[in-house]
Design a protein around this ligand. Sequence first.
Ligand code: ZN
Length: 245
Amino acid sequence: MSKDSPIATDDVKAGTVPDCLRCCKPVALCVCDGVETIEARTSLLILQHPQEQDRALGTARLTALHFADAVLKVGLSWPSLSKALGRRVHDPSRWAVLYLGSAKVDALDTDRAIVAINRKGEVEANQRAILEDIEGIVLLDGTWSQAKALWWRNAWMLKCQRVILGPRQVSRYGKLRKEPRRDGLATIEAAAMMLAGLEHRPDIEATLLASFERMLAKYREAQVTMPELAPRPKPRRDYRRRKRA
Ligand SMILES: [Zn+2]
């Protein structure tokens, strides 16, 4: 295949819809050309569940493409943070993992958008010191249950700093996503919020969210022109009604 072309030419020959090799999306949904590299001091590790197959609406790869040293791994478990990341990490407690447990920011006594919590789900006392010391973040990409599976299969995450988010607005996915996702946010939205918050860099959030908006605009366009690429979410079955009938 051509080195210059981001399109998998084998797919073109096979007569199927070609994918972009960078974001792995069907070319009609690709926004790679406009991806701006973001200089951030916080490292980013995205772990994607192998069954996460939302090629059309997934954002893990798009997120990683924005950073020169972001690492995206597909799998179920890794023996340590260093192994997952592919480089030595001396202090995993300086890595924040977006926690999936039941703790909700609304229920905690804080007005912060990013909250470091302890193993009991309580707000850590020294928020500022903890968050300023974070050197990397771990995001789990997949449905809620897939992200949960990743959490339970990677015991080393217990050594990382748990962080939860209190998004000020709902996900830009809107009704496009049929399944409830972790924290209701796209991976790119979670990355945007965490990195911008930790680094006091609203520009990071703006850049990532602009990419996400472009991706969603392409998707909505494809829903009209190429519905096979961008299926509308199926209406939820109402089992109660079926029972009654
Ligand atoms: Zn692409």
